[in-house]
Design a protein around this ligand. Structure first.
Ligand code: FEC
Length: 305
């Protein structure tokens, strides 16, 4: 019979209801509660996208599709999926504990974010490996899959679709964005910035794009400098330099959530209107079979099968 292998799928997590936003925000801030103003600002953003974020439902769908895909593909293993969130229940630690309770001895993990940074995926993997050690589960972790061919192909299709809204392709600038991180990662030789560029280059090459760049979105308000310029400032610079047509492809994000539905669909849209720019963002991958295939391939490679 097939050997059972634990599949730990990790994602950012979202508060299950508006009442949970304070605890969620406190967790993101490593235990420091937000000020009442900060909390209200975040509540306002959730309210602006209709209350709570669709992220949890989408993440659940991605996990189920990945488990099914792997079980369809592998003759050697039976994959059993566990969903672990970084900042909301079910937490990564709980997922690993569940695994151990189910008698799982061997596991593989992957994060629903394609690019590695010690501050993002590195943090998830550290939490997962500490929990695995505690429960005597042998765990191996995927670090990145930013050049996985079907992930690139899925984004190529999304950008191509976005071009359909414009009359003149040559006049459109494409910006491939990821979540900003504190600038100090650059001195730490972190691969994050290069990996975003590599993804963008691979997409641009297939579409034979000339007018493209990478960009940073969704930086938090803290006392340290973040990778920039922020996309909202960059839009103003682009307009001044003569860009009237813009596609944003949020390359670093794989689901519809606050950073897409608020930061792009509300904030960027508003700035685009103000600047009289035609703006389209590419559709999120969510449970696109090509993205699920990319995740499956990354997992199988990690296991050398
Ligand atoms: O839809 C939702 O409910 C959740 C959306 C959500 C995603 C997400 C992804 C990433 N973040 C990353 C880094 C940081 C760093 C800080 C930070 C802060 C927040 C806050 C909210 C939030 N993030 Fe997030 N992030 C999402 C939501 N993020 C809410 C707090 C309020 C705010 O600033 O807006 C700063 C922490 C600090 O204060 O020290 C750093 C990265 C990703 C993409 C990779 C991944 O998915 O893990 C990197 C989705």
């Amino acid at each position: 019979s097939k050997q059972t292998i634990g599949l730990l799928v990790m994602a950012y997590g979202t508060p299950p209801s508006l009442d949970d936003v304070e605890a969620y925000y406190t967790h993101i801030r490593r235990g420091r509660p937000p000020s009442p103003e900060q909390l209200q600002d975040l509540l306002d953003r959730y309210n602006a996208i209709g209350g709570i974020s669709p992220l949890k439902v989408i993440t659940r769908g991605q996990v189920e599709h990945l488990e099914a895909k792997l079980n369809e593909t592998s003759e050697e293993y039976e994959f059993k999926a566990y969903m672990g969130m970084r900042h909301a229940p079910p937490f990564i630690e709980t997922a690993v504990e569940e695994m151990a309770k189910d008698g799982i001895k061997k596991a593989v993990s992957i994060v629903l974010a394609p690019h590695y940074s010690v501050m993002s995926v590195g943090g998830y993997n550290k939490t997962a490996s500490e929990a695995a050690q505690k429960h005597s589960v042998e765990l191996t972790s995927v670090n990145q899959y930013h050049l996985e061919p079907t992930y690139i192909q899925a984004l190529v299709e999304r950008v191509e679709e976005a071009f359909q809204s414009f009359d003149d392709r040559q006049a459109v600038k494409v910006v491939f964005t990821a979540h900003s991180l504190p600038e100090k990662i650059v001195e730490m030789n972190d691969p994050y910035v290069d990996q975003l560029r590599e993804t963008a280059e691979a997409i641009a090459e297939q579409l034979q794009l000339e007018n493209w760049e990478t960009g940073w979105q969704s930086a938090a308000q803290t006392n340290v400098p973040w990778l920039g310029p922020d996309i909202l400032d960059r839009m103003r610079e682009l307009k001044e330099a003569g860009t009237d047509n813009l596609i944003i492809c949020a390359t670093g994000f794989v689901s519809d959530h606050l950073e897409i539905l608020y930061d792009l669909d509300i904030e960027c849209k508003q700035v685009a209107e103000e600047l009289n720019m035609q703006f389209v963002r590419t559709k999120s991958l969510n449970t696109d079979p090509l993205y699920i295939e990319a995740l499956a391939q990354a997992v199988l490679k990690q296991l050398n099968i």
